[in-house]
Design a protein around this ligand. Sequence first.
Ligand SMILES: Cc1cc2nc3c(=O)[nH]c(=O)nc-3n(C[C@H](O)[C@H](O)[C@H](O)COP(=O)(O)OP(=O)(O)OC[C@H]3O[C@@H](n4cnc5c(N)ncnc54)[C@H](O)[C@@H]3O)c2cc1C
Length: 506
Amino acid sequence: MTNQPFPTFLARYQERLHQLFQTLYTGQHATVRQVPEELLDQVLGERPLSVFIPEQFGGRGQDVAQSLAMLEASSYESLPLSLTMGINGALFLQPLSKYADPALQQKIFRDFLENNALGGLMITEPEFGSDALQMRTSFRNVDGGYHLQGSKHWAGLTGRADYWLLTARGDTGRGAAGQPDLERAISFFVWDRSLGGLDVQEYYQSLGLYMIPYGLNNLDTVVPENHRLAAKGGGVRMLLDLLHRSRLQFPGMAMGFLRRLLDEAVSHVRQRVVGGKALLHYDQVQDRLAVLQAYCTTCAAMCAHSSTVAGVDEDCSPRSLEANAIKTVITDMMQGAAQSVVQLLGGMGYRLDSFAGRALVDSRPFQIFEGSNDILYQQITEAVLKAMGKVKETNLQRFLSQFHLTERAAQFFNGATDVTIDLSLPQRKMVQLGRALGRIISLDMVIALGDQGYQPELIQGSVAVLRRQVTALLGIFSDPARVNVVETDEAGAGSWMNFLQQPAPI
Ligand SMILES: Cc1cc2nc3c(=O)[nH]c(=O)nc-3n(C[C@H](O)[C@H](O)[C@H](O)COP(=O)(O)OP(=O)(O)OC[C@H]3O[C@@H](n4cnc5c(N)ncnc54)[C@H](O)[C@@H]3O)c2cc1C
């Protein structure tokens, strides 16, 4: 099957998914936790994960555009299915193909292609999520391998994946009892079911993404020596390479999801009549549709960009700025689009078995995992301020117009960005500025897509929406008001009942 030309594979995959999701996995089934094994078998039977496997191991090669197209086809039918594919590709197969022992690669790739195996990545711990570099899962060298101990939670496909990439820090042996001293570096190990010692303590009742099991795992396992990934250039660099490549591929999962939301919205507003006319003819509805369409165009531009920079052979560790911009902006757009379509669908959108209703809860964690958006927006600003410092520039407009990721977009914001940036911004302003910068970087990608001949009206729509958002964000950024959390006291801020203009009758 992997020797079919890619367009043939893709068309067949799309058709197969459509058929499966209309019969086996209709809205009703979508409200049930865990994916029916029958459905998963049939999907994996099409070999979608072959796009993440090198050709010499029987895969399709690792063309990023093909991977994004497969993710897009998956998310048009189901966002959780696409995330399942994304986890397997970006968080397991791609790092495996880049950093693992070739003999191990051979065995595992075969298992994926022949036996529908699944994998995942465990980084997060109950005490360490955003500050994952402080993780306490540790490893020690033992005879023939490594002994790992700790706990991990929220890993996608908990209890279901056959393989895991486990992360841990080396125990130096210099700590006290119960408080081991751990190396700074993060190491990665490949675990498979036959090794045992990875036990689910609890399954979480996650709000959405019902298809994917999540929970808390206890880890006390020994993995063979050749199961440790070889960190070319250090563990932190490997972690950044992996995470940035994954963030760069988020638009693949977003693309089908946004297109489907747009299709659902258009179909609904055409047939729903309110006040004697179809919803489509209301100006506010038109605005919502135009924004959805602009999100689709922006996402297409990101896919085109990532296709050229996120290859497995590339070192993505230095690409923090574009990876963080793409991840934050597209996940905000996913959530914004879902909110908008639920609004358009009215009461019928507020159902777990409607695509839009599920979209709302399924897309929400994309703003949290693989770097919380609040933190990534701050990092975007920090990176830009650092780059401005390097060229000794304090005017944002002048900097943006000569910076490689923004030079074409800068022209659209002449007034709004003509500001001198104070390097000691409070965190909330860093985050706000990061939101604007992320969208300016995205706009630059949209212009590049236009240069390739993408339909000009769609490009103009996307430029207009991004410009509107950036201008609004920069308006808030320039607002000098700083609202702080106030210590409340009973006398001045008790129940509102004590502050009625006419005292309440006793
Ligand atoms: C559906 C889902 C799937 C996931 N999949 C995986 C997976 O496959 N593998 C895996 O290892 N992990 C996974 N995770 C875990 C995810 O990566 C973490 O939840 C995330 O990193 C945040 O960590 P935390 O939950 O500990 O939140 P915390 O670190 O406690 O952060 C909570 C919030 O605090 C705020 N915050 C934190 N630090 C700062 C700061 N410096 N400045 C300002 N605000 C801050 C942010 O708003 C942040 O969102 C998943 C999580 C979810 C919900």
